[in-house]
Design a protein around this ligand. Structure first.
Ligand code: ADP
Ligand code: MG
Length: 691
């Protein structure tokens, strides 16, 4: 079995299961082995009811006190069970499992495991503070079976409806047994210096770690490989970062000056400085290769518009590439409005995947003839059919979502155009140099002055009814709200909120006239576009979404950002989400709901209250986390490394970069390593775009 063996070669994976795997982008055994767990569950010793902590998953061994109570609410069957041990009582609720009435016998002892919560106040004996401890939908285990699992880390995979964790485990075990690995690709001195275990061991331990330490080692090797390959790739494309003579020298024209005068706001000092740097670049002897780093809301778009306007005014074409259709369309609408309002020298066209063949052909024509001097779109911009007449500037927004290859592809469309990339991800200079090669870096370190600071609160789940009331109030004032959930749909073993069910829940919780819609990455592009447009047009009041809305969306009328399971997100990512509100004149609010009520989690989330500086937030977050938080939480949802996270794994990134340098000194060696590396990672070569 090798990387390309189809997964149907595994026992138990038939056509039907293969289709489900396909939904997760798993077609081959290689895909399967690099489909790493989303997190790991560790089964703890059972605790007494008294010591079971709300907000945590606990196991209790207790007796059923009475015959379970079954009731029907609409089409839902609810079974309520009371249990007791020597220390106290607990209430259990099960949905659509009416048979439990006959299974759970009064007086019988069972092991229940689930998320402990505090219920609403009731009068009853033995409840701390009158609020009983409850568990919804706990799992039931025979005690001896449970005992066997204690201390072993159980992998949990991101699933899709119909595919169980158990099915993935079974397939994975087989794949691990029969896979024939390529030989080690790093020379021994590199392996020793950076303390790397073998790829084979790493893959096995990522799925079935014996203990936490082994998992940390495995992860390090995988992350090292990811970064190594990426840096190798950057190295190979040195010409991208080399200083090339400027084929498109430009002069500043009256267009940009007039536009700036007519804009309703002055540029901030930081924006002025960056604009100055860009003007100089585009007029200098060298080709521009510049990164603009600026926190969310710092006003990067206007800088891009200025650079594109200067390009158009000099008789050239410019392109603006966004990572999603939603964002591309938003830029297009926005620039069209500027063009009309300020009579700008743009003739913009949109080019996105969901356009009809006829619309696309029309756009291609306008681009090839040079009639269109500004092309806005997604990666459709770099497809082969697009021929430019005189492309001189390429701007990529939120560029870390693109593959290096895509960026390069766009550069290849023209005859080495100027390149401007914009990013909201705060990273220290040392890392930026590794990640972006030799791009010059401009920083917008100031927000426009007219912003009201966003009001934040970090609360537990009992605050939800109040939060809903608050959202209803804001909507009645004409505002809009975002609600973020960590996952798309319900999966097995899930204790996290999901977009689909949550939207449904909100529809019942909020007054009927409030329009609730949902959005997530698995939806078709046209569908996403339609929903975003409806939200921008105020036809939707509350948008329940995954983090797909994290990048770039600008709806200034939205004033509430509520995040469920906030503890599951890296603070840098929460900060990005927060940047979606507070973009207009109205006071904006963030509500971070944490299911974990423990002190550490709450303290960590409080950092968001004290700072608006994305970089500070990310580094504080890392300081407070233990190694146990390495899994399941991403600081940056942006850099598309599979496992590695540029914040969490900054030191590994540094090491991988050093390793490449070292091998480069003896280049025959690097080449050999590279060839072996690519062979071993063949399965990942097809559709990969890192960064
Ligand atoms: P980001 O840097 O996150 O891409 P945007 O470019 O979308 O931010 O800008 C956010 C909002 O701020 C936009 O509505 C934009 O028109 C506005 N804006 C940009 N620059 C200024 C400024 N100097 N003063 C006031 N508002 C500004
Ligand atoms: Mg932006």
């Amino acid at each position: 079995m090798n990387a390309n063996t189809p997964i149907t070669a595994l026992k138990g994976v038939g056509e039907k299961t293969a289709k489900l795997f396909q939904k997760l982008d798993i077609a081959s055994v290689g895909d399967l082995l690099t489909f790493f767990p989303r997190d790991y569950e560790s089964f703890q010793e059972p605790v007494t009811i008294e010591t079971a902590t709300p907000g945590e998953v606990c196991a209790v061994y207790a007796a059923v006190t009475a015959i379970p109570n079954v009731k029907k609410v609409r089409n839902l069957t609810i079974v309520n069970v009371n249990i007791r041990d020597a220390s106290g009582n607990m209430q259990l609720t099960f949905f659509n499992m009416p048979f439990l009435k006959n299974v759970l016998k009064p007086g019988g002892y069972y092991l229940f495991r689930g998320l402990v919560q505090t219920g609403v106040k009731t009068v009853g004996p033995g409840n701390a503070g009158g609020r009983p401890k409850i568990m919804e939908q706990p799992k039931i285990y025979p005690l001896d079976e449970y005992r066997k699992m204690i201390g072993v880390l159980q992998p949990r995979y991101s699933l899709t409806k119909g595919l169980t964790n158990q099915a993935v485990l079974k397939a994975m075990r087989q794949a691990l047994t029969f896979y024939e690995y390529e030989p080690e690709y790093y020379p021994a001195h590199i392996k020793a210096k950076y303390d790397l275990i073998s790829y084979k061991e790493a893959i096995a331990s990522m799925h079935f770690p014996v203990d936490f330490e082994q998992l940390v080692e495995a992860r390090k090797r995988i992350v090292f490989d990811e970064f190594f390959e990426f840096i190798l790739y950057l190295r190979k494309n040195k010409e991208l970062t080399a200083k090339l003579p400027n084929p498109y020298p430009m002069f500043e024209t009256a267009d940009t000056v007039r536009f700036l005068e007519q804009l309703p706001f002055p540029l901030t000092k930081a924006q002025k400085k960056v604009w100055q740097e860009i003007r100089e670049d585009m007029g200098s002897h060298f080709c521009m290769n510049r990164l603009i780093q600026g926190d969310v809301g710092s006003g990067k778009t206007i800088i891009a518009v200025l650079a594109l306007l200067m390009t158009a005014a000099n008789g050239y074409q410019g392109a603006l590439m966004a990572p999603t259709e939603v964002l591309a369309v938003q830029h297009f609408e926005n620039i069209k409005e500027y063009t009309e309002k300020y009579n700008l020298a743009f003739r913009p066209v949109l080019l996105v995947g969901s356009m009809t063949a006829k619309e696309k052909r029309e756009a291609y024509g306008l681009i090839a003839s040079g009639e269109a001097n500004l092309v806005i779109g997604t990666h459709a911009l770099i497809q082969e059919k697009v021929q430019y007449k005189k492309l001189a500037l390429v701007v990529t927004d939120e560029q870390h979502r693109f593959g290096v290859r895509q960026r390069e592809g766009l550069a290849e469309k023209g005859d080495m155009p100027h390149v401007l990339v914009m990013s909201a991800t705060p990273i220290p200079r040392t890392l930026a140099i590794i990640l972006y090669g030799d791009l010059s870096i401009s920083v917008i370190d100031e927000l426009p002055a007219n912003r009201l600071p966003i009001k934040n609160c970090v609360v537990n789940t009992s605050y939800r009814p109040k939060a809903y009331e608050f959202i209803a109030k804001e909507v009645s004032l004409g505002r809009q709200a975002y609600v973020i959930c960590p996952q798309v749909e319900e999966g097995e073993l899930e204790d996290l909120e999901n977009v689909v069910d949550y939207a449904e829940k909100l529809r019942t919780a909020l007054p009927a006239h409030i329009q609730v819609a949902h959005l997530h990455g698995k939806m078709r592009p046209e569908e996403k576009k339609r929903i975003m447009e409806a939200f921008a047009a105020k036809n939707i009041d509350v948008l329940v979404s995954t983090t797909v809305i994290e990048v770039g969306i600008n709806v200034p009328n939205a004033t509430v950002m509520m995040v469920e399971n906030a503890e599951r997100f890296g603070l840098a990512q929460l900060h990005q989400l927060r940047g979606r509100v507070g973009r207009g004149e109205h006071q904006s609010y963030c509500i971070f709901i944490s299911t974990k009520e423990n002190k550490d989690t709450m303290e960590r989330l409080q950092i968001l209250n004290h700072s608006n500086d994305g970089f500070y937030i990310a580094s504080e977050d890392l300081k407070l986390r233990g190694p146990g938080d390495l899994f399941g939480i991403r600081q940056s949802g942006e850099f598309a490394f599979r496992v590695g996270d540029i914040y969490t794994d900054a030191s590994v990134l540094q090491q991988a970069s050093e390793a490449v340098e070292e091998l480069l000194k003896r280049d025959f060696e690097l080449e050999e390593v590279e060839n072996r590396f690519l062979r071993a990672h063949f399965e990942m070569q097809q559709n990969k775009f890192i960064i």
